[in-house]
Design a protein around this ligand. Structure first.
Ligand code: ZN
Ligand code: ZN
Length: 139
C-alpha cells in the first residue's frame, strides 16, 4: 500500500502533522470525496458568500455543484483517514487507513498528572500493536 499524499490543504477536509515521542510522527488526512448525488462536486464545508472563505465551524458539508447537504457527524463517519506514521513505541514506519471516527478516551495531563477525557482517532501500530492516538486539540 502506498498512500498518495494530498498536494494541498484544499484537497482535504482534515489534515494534521504531529511529532510524537522517540522521533515518532503522524501525518493524517481525509481527502474530499465526490458528492454521492451528482458525482460532479467535491463535498466540503460551505463558503461564506461575502468573503469566499470556507466556514470551518459549519456543522454541514455541501456539494458546490448540486447543493446536496449532509450533516457533519453523519458524513464524517462515512469517511476514511489516511495515516502515515512512525510508531513512538517501537519505531516502525508504516501507513494505514481507519474510519474517521473519534472515540472518547482518557489521557494523562502531564502537568497536573490527572486524567482527562479527550476525543481521539485511535489506531494500532502494525508491528507492536500499541495504540496510537490522534487526539483532538482542545481549545
Ligand atoms: Zn452534488
Ligand atoms: Zn509500534
Amino acid at each position: 500500500m502506498s498512500l498518495k499524499e494530498p498536494k494541498s490543504m484544499s484537497e482535504c477536509i482534515y489534515f494534521t502533522n504531529r511529532f510524537l515521542d522517540n522521533d515518532g510522527y503522524i501525518r493524517a488526512w481525509v481527502s474530499k470525496e465526490m458528492c454521492e448525488k451528482c458525482g460532479k462536486g467535491l463535498m466540503g464545508k460551505p463558503k461564506d458568500k461575502k468573503t469566499g472563505k470556507v466556514k470551518i465551524r459549519a456543522k454541514k458539508y455541501h456539494c458546490p455543484e448540486c447543493n446536496n447537504i449532509e450533516e457533519q457527524k453523519e458524513y464524517e463517519e462515512k469517511l476514511t483517514v489516511s495515516i502515515k506514521y512512525k510508531c513512538p513505541h517501537c519505531g516502525f514506519e508504516s501507513e494505514t487507513q481507519v474510519p474517521f471516527k473519534r472515540k472518547r478516551i482518557q489521557i494523562l495531563n502531564e502537568e497536573t498528572q490527572k486524567k482527562k477525557a479527550a476525543e481521539s482517532i485511535r489506531f494500532q501500530c502494525e508491528k507492536c500493536k500499541e495504540n496510537i492516538d490522534i487526539t483532538k486539540k482542545m481549545k
